[in-house]
Design a protein around this ligand. Structure first.
Ligand code: FAD
Length: 358
């Protein structure tokens, strides 16, 4: 599970909220290379529709990007429509900013319509569901968070640096994807690392069953409906700020302001009665929650984990003062040899560089 849903615009489902990273972080596992987030250049951008992925296989077949003036937003890139995801995403963001719009168009009319119907039926029907017919008109598209190269640092056995904690899938940072994953390479996680993990012998868990758990009433006042809505609004606000400050293009000024904002919000949430009561519950106790408290608690835990993951991501983005792969700093737009290393974060430690041993 990745963290694309930390951003407003994403191809990922809501479960991909970076929760796995927050849990591993709290358990003391090392987190690496969080700044390397891949943004897909072409997700559907249509009011009321999810950011459905419009595959680059279409551009491979001849579809081209076009802006509101009928020009190519990628005309300055060496490989134009077939340049890398990060380059195309930046070019589109720049173009949208200059034209004050929230999307560009993807024109499929350069491809034989029969081929589109035969090879891309899902894209065709999903667009048609939202009233866009790609056979006759351009598809409105914009970049969206898509894949996270960074995550819980794991070795070849899927083991994190915390003994007994394993991570497989997008939550892990195996190093395989470098700073910019190639499309479809997450199959590697599923085929190689998941297989590895299937041979791991876990500790004996039977001792956990010995606890005689008693139910305990949760003695805390029910929140009001508007208090619950406010938590959901906070999550949306965090996602928007994450997109604006940690999205396709980043810089120190914006990120420093965001750091102050999020730190302030974390401090406030740390004083939340419901969350604090939960922390007092002992491991072997079960609690009975009212429906409202249950909903509020779910949202609060979601917000808290998102805050932990977002601030960890933010610190990694601020730390790496260069541009590489999925991490682009407009105040440090070039690659720098001094940064040929991983970035490592650990609970209660300062972020640091980890150089690769030869
Ligand atoms: C639109 C899109 C297209 C993609 N296309 C490709 C592609 O063509 N090729 C490729 O290689 N990769 C592709 N990827 C990337 C790839 O799908 C992901 O990297 C991969 O699915 C991640 O696997 P995972 O097991 O880490 O997480 P997921 O596949 O997200 O699985 C995590 C599971 O955990 C469940 N879960 C979450 N929280 C909890 C909880 N608290 N309790 C219980 N269950 C929980 C979720 O519901 C989910 O079922 C694509 C991704 C997207 C979003």
């Amino acid at each position: 599970m990745g963290g694309g849903h930390l951003f407003t615009n994403t191809t990922n489902p809501a479960q991909s909220s970076g929760e796995g990273i927050a849990l591993a972080w709290k358990a003391g596992a090392a987190i690496e290379d969080l700044e390397f987030v891949q943004f897909h250049p072409t997700a559907l951008k249509f009011y009321g529709a999810p950011c459905f992925l419009i595959s680059e296989a279409l551009r491979g077949e001849g579809a081209i990007l076009v802006d509101k003036n009928g020009e190519s937003p990628v005309k300055n890139l060496e490989n134009r429509d077939l340049a890398t995801r990060d380059q195309v995403s930046r070019a589109i963001m720049k173009n949208m900013h200059e034209n004050n719009v929230d999307h560009v168009g993807l024109d499929l009319r350069y491809i034989d319509p029969e081929k589109i119907v035969e090879r891309f039926p899902t894209i065709l029907s999903r667009c048609q569901d939202y009233g866009v017919n790609p056979l006759n008109e351009v598809i409105p598209v914009a970049p969206a968070a898509h894949y996270w190269m960074g995550g819980v640092k794991t070795d070849l056995n899927a083991s994190s640096t915390r003994k007994g904690l394993y991570a497989v899938g997008e939550v892990a940072s195996t190093g395989v994807h470098g700073a910019n994953r190639l499309a479809s390479n997450s199959l590697m996680e599923c085929l190689v690392f998941a297989r590895k993990m299937s041979s791991i012998v876990l500790n004996d868990l039977s001792k956990f069953e010995k606890f005689n758990r008693s139910f305990q009433e949760f003695d805390i006042e029910d929140p009001k409906e508007d208090q619950i809505s406010r938590i959901a609004e906070k999550i949306d606000e965090l996602r928007k700020l994450c997109w604006l400050n940690l999205g396709v293009s980043r810089n120190k000024v914006n990120m420093s302001k965001f750091l102050n904002y999020i730190q302030n919000d974390i401090d406030k949430l740390n004083k939340n009665d419901l969350l604090n009561s939960l922390e007092k519950i002992k491991f072997d106790q079960k609690i009975k929650l009212s429906e409202r408290n249950r909903r509020a608690l779910n949202l609060l835990l979601d917000l808290k984990n998102r805050q932990i993951t977002t601030i960890t991501l933010l610190k990694a983005c601020l730390f790496r003062e260069e541009s590489r792969g999925g991490h682009y700093r407009d105040d440090f737009p070039d690659k720098d040899k001094n940064w040929e290393c991983h970035t490592r974060q650990n609970l209660d430690q300062k972020i640091q560089k980890r150089f690769i041993k030869n």
